[in-house]
Every structure is written in C-alpha cells, then in structure tokens.
Design a binder for this molecule. Structure first.
Ligand code: SAH
Ligand code: AVI
Length: 328
C-alpha cells in the first residue's frame, strides 16, 4: 500500500499494566450489589451479538441515529471543516461511513482513527474503510477509551471526534463527565466532539428495545459470563440466569441484570474466588442512560465543552450534539 492509504494499528492493551478483567471481576463480584463492567461484554461474540441487536425491530437507536446522520452529516462536516475523524467505541463503524462520505464530498477527508477495546473490530473496520476510501489514512487504536486517549496520534488538521451510538449512556453521571473532560483534551485546535445520546421517551418503547422478542439482548448480556468462563476458568452456566432489563424512573436509565435462578456457588479460579449468589440475586451488567437536551448539554458544559448544535429526528428519539472546547 502506498503512503496515501497507510493503515497503522497501535495496541495499547498489549503489555498494559492497568486494571484487567481479573481485577474488574474481583472488584465487581466482591461488591454487595454485584456488577461487571460492560466493556467486557464485547469479545468477538459480544461484538457480533451487538451488531445483531442493531438490526432488531425493537432496537430503534441505531436506525434513528443513522437517519439523523443521513440528514445532517453534510452540515456537521461543513460546521467543523473536519479533516480527520476519530471515533471512540467504533465497533463495526457502519454509520461512520456517512460521516466519511460527507468529508470526502467536502474534499477534506484525510484520516480515520477508530478506537475500540475489541481488537478484531478495529482491525476489520480499518481494513474495510481503507479499501472503501482510496487514499484514506487509518490509524487504529486498540484500547480502553477511559485510559488510553493519550495514545491518540496528534491531530492532522481539524479533528471531529465522534462518540456515537449512545455509548456515553453506558456510564454513570460522574464517569460521563470525567470521560468528556478527557475527550475535551484531545480535540486539538478547532476540534469538535460529536456526541450521540439516546433520549428519554415512552417507557414501553425503551423497555422493548432491551427485551427483544428473539432474546438477542439476553444472549448479549449473558455473554459476559462466557467471557469469565473462558478468561478466568469460571464455571458460570449462563442458562442459570434470567436476563432482566427495566427502566429505572429515578435515574432515567435502563438497568440490565442477570438474575440467578437458584442459590449457587460459582468457582472463578482465575481470581481465586467462589462467588455465592442467593436465589434471585442479581449481577448488574450494564446501564443505558437516556437523556434530555438539558442532561446531555449539562454533562458537556460540566466537562468544559460548549454545545453548538443539536440534531434530532422527527420523533425526538435520539440526538447528536456538536460541541467544541469552551472559550472560558
Ligand atoms: N459506535 C458503534 C458501536 C457501539 S457499541 C455504534 O454506534 O453502533 C459500543 C462499542 O464501544 C463496542 O464496540 C465496544 O467494544 C466499545 N467499548 C465499550 N467500552 C469501551 C472502552 N472502555 N474502551 C474502548 N471501547 C469500548
Ligand atoms: C452500546 N450501547 C449504547 C448499547 C445501549 O443501547 O446501551 C448497548 C446495549 N446493550 C443492550 N442492548 C444494547
């Protein structure tokens, strides 16, 4: 491949001395309210199950955000003059193409930087997008966006940093603001953040999106137990757990849990632990916060970012905010 179409991949996870799955499992399963970090949901199988979720009739966020991008990618690129697109939690990067197309049409497209904790999705999307956009430089970062943003390359012209899909909602308010603050530091001169947020709406619509009739959301959440079995030699039987997802009115988030059907003791040799679960005891696997404009913009402002545009769909089910570093 010539100098124009270079793919570079940086693996921040190899040799990483930071918290491992073992650390997170020991810490999370040792709590009174047992909990596992959702980033461990995305091994190759989890990533494939998430892609399946995106196609489900009940799961409206992906297709709604796509609709907004179809309508507004040109406006976003015009407002930012973006030459490079950095994407956090890029996954299969399907919607990304709408932004890359708009940058290509504006004649500014030079580099794409996918960042994801799942090695396979970074490598596959880097190869696919490099082939689809001749001359595009791709610098993939395999890493944790909570810890490895300092490994991003220096900006190559005005940067658009996309954090789409509603993934910001998988974090609690304090973590969200910390993450946004660290994102703000990586925007570079004249850079912008494009933040995707799922919006508060009718409870039945929200709960259906996380309780699909085919049970893909359940398989996706139970997959975290298979990750523990494979990586830590644990002996979880995923079928011994019910998947429960409901809207928490107080926090305005979907709470996803695995509920033990019976009392059980599960060995996790990799961390030298036997996890005891009472009948009906739950392990929280994810939250998915839903936003109002006030909540999304409040988080951004608290992180030193200034919202400059709000793009939504006709039903106001999902929104994309464009933000830049605050002048003060
Ligand atoms: N942006 C895509 C995918 C969203 S799924 C979309 O809109 O469809 C969430 C993605 O974030 C997954 O690919 C997952 O592997 C990644 N992810 C989750 N936690 C992460 C973390 N801490 N660091 C890096 N990537 C993470
Ligand atoms: C990645 N994230 C935005 C999804 C969500 O909707 O919170 C993860 C998901 N979990 C179950 N279904 C989808």
């Amino acid at each position: 491949m010539g100098p124009d179409g270079v793919i570079e991949i940086d693996d921040a996870l190899s040799g990483d001395a930071g918290p491992t799955l073992a650390h997170d499992a020991r810490e999370g399963l040792g709590r009174r309210q047992k909990e596992l970090s959702p980033k461990h949901l995305y091994d190759s199988r989890g990533a494939a199950l998430f892609d399946e979720i995106c196609e489900l009739e009940e799961y409206y966020p992906t297709r709604t955000e796509r609709l907004i991008l179809e309508r507004h990618a040109g406006d976003i690129v015009a407002a930012t003059g973006a030459a490079e697109l950095v994407e956090l939690g890029s996954g299969s990067a399907a919607k990304t193409r709408l932004l890359l197309d708009a940058m290509s049409a504006a004649g500014t497209l030079s580099r794409y930087v996918p960042v994801d904790v799942t090695e396979r999705v970074v490598r596959e999307s880097a190869a696919a997008l490099s082939a689809a956009y001749p001359g595009l430089r791709v610098h993939g970062l395999i890493g944790d966006f909570l810890r490895h943003l300092d490994r991003l390359p220096e900006p190559m012209g005005p940067r658009l940093l996309a954090f789409i899909g509603g993934t910001i909602g998988n974090f609690r308010p304090r973590e969200r603001r910390e993450l946004l603050r660290s994102i703000a530091r990586e925007l570079g001169p004249g850079g912008h953040l494009l933040l995707g947020t799922d919006l508060v709406k009718d409870r039945a619509v929200l709960e259906a999106a996380y309780n699909d009739a085919r049970g893909v959301s359940a398989q996706f959440n139970r997959n975290i137990l298979l990750v523990l079995n494979r990586e830590l030699g644990a002996r979880f039987d995923p079928e011994a757990f019910d998947y429960v997802a409901s809207f928490d009115d107080e926090h305005e988030w979907i709470d996803m849990r695995l509920r033990s059907r019976t009392a059980q003791d599960v060995e996790v040799p990799g961390i030298g632990l036997v996890v005891h679960l009472d009948a009906d005891e739950e392990i929280r696997t994810e939250i998915s916060a839903k936003f109002t404009q006030e909540r999304a913009w409040g988080d951004l402002r608290a992180a030193g970012l200034e919202p400059v545009a709000w793009f939504t769909d006709p039903r106001e089910w999902f929104a994309l905010t464009l933000a830049r570093e605050s002048a003060c």
